[in-house]
Write a protein that binds this ligand. Structure first.
Ligand code: 1GP
Length: 227
């Protein structure tokens, strides 16, 4: 339907947070490749549907990043399924995904579903604590990336620094270790310089929080990676 292979930039919108219609309009018409709807806590079906209907007024592709069973709903272009590789609990890498397939397996159009191998790097972030992660060393991160690509054959490896700007050199090393699996980088991008830098190494950059803190600067990250 869309050529995901060419995507470079995604805005992540949190259904538990408020954005004005005007900013949602600007985000959707910014030239970003897709809107990813996702967050960590307080994600409700109501919140997801509310955001979906606001974004659906525009032509930009919309993806649901599945956070919990309650908020799964039809109507998105794609569904991204996080598998947290550095969680200490198998629940976050395998079991809840299994449970969702038990519940919805007969309704799933697998063409629309993509797994993301997450490696969460910011110990202070909600998502790190929520999914009970262990902070990996740099070599361990590379091994997770190789596992994602060569054992699990995942379409995406998501290096997640949620809320803080990550280590550029590690992003570079991870990108060098991947061939087929696409590298998504997310975390702490607030301006076009940071966007440009991370986009040198990552296939796709994700900008989230900055939209809520300083939307004007956040919007400039799109053109920064599309030059
Ligand atoms: C969060 O990776 C995304 O899941 C984006 O991070 O909110 O820090 O931009 P920020």
């Amino acid at each position: 339907m869309y050529n995901i292979d060419n995507w470079k930039h995604i805005f992540k919108l949190d259904p538990a947070k408020e954005l004005s219609d005007e900013i949602i309009g600007a985000v959707c018409e910014s030239g970003t490749d897709a809107i990813l709807v996702g967050g960590t806590d307080n994600i409700t079906l109501d919140g997801v549907l509310h955001l979906l209907s606001a974004v659906r007024k525009y032509t930009v592709p919309v993806i649901l990043e599945i956070s919990n069973m309650e908020s799964i709903t039809p109507g998105f272009d794609y569904y991204f399924v996080p598998m947290v590789l550095n969680s200490k609990e198998k629940k976050w890498s395998m079991d809840i995904q299994h449970e969702a397939i038990m519940e919805y397996g007969n309704m799933i159009n697998w063409q629309e579903v993509f797994a993301e191998g997450y490696c969460i790097m910011n110990e202070e972030s909600k998502v790190f604590q929520w999914t009970d992660c262990k902070l990996p060393t740099q070599d361990e991160v590379i091994a997770y990336a190789q596992l994602a690509e060569n054992l699990l054959h995942l379409p995406f490896f998501y290096l997640e620094y949620s809320g803080t700007y990550g280590d550029e050199q590690l992003v570079r090393r991870v990108s060098q270790s991947l061939n087929q699996t696409k590298l998504i980088y997310g975390g702490g991008i607030t301006n076009k310089e940071q966007a440009e830098k991370m986009a040198e190494y990552a296939d796709i950059i994700v900008v989230g929080n900055a939209l809520y803190d300083n939307p004007k600067e956040a919007l400039k990250t799109v053109q920064a990676v599309k030059k």
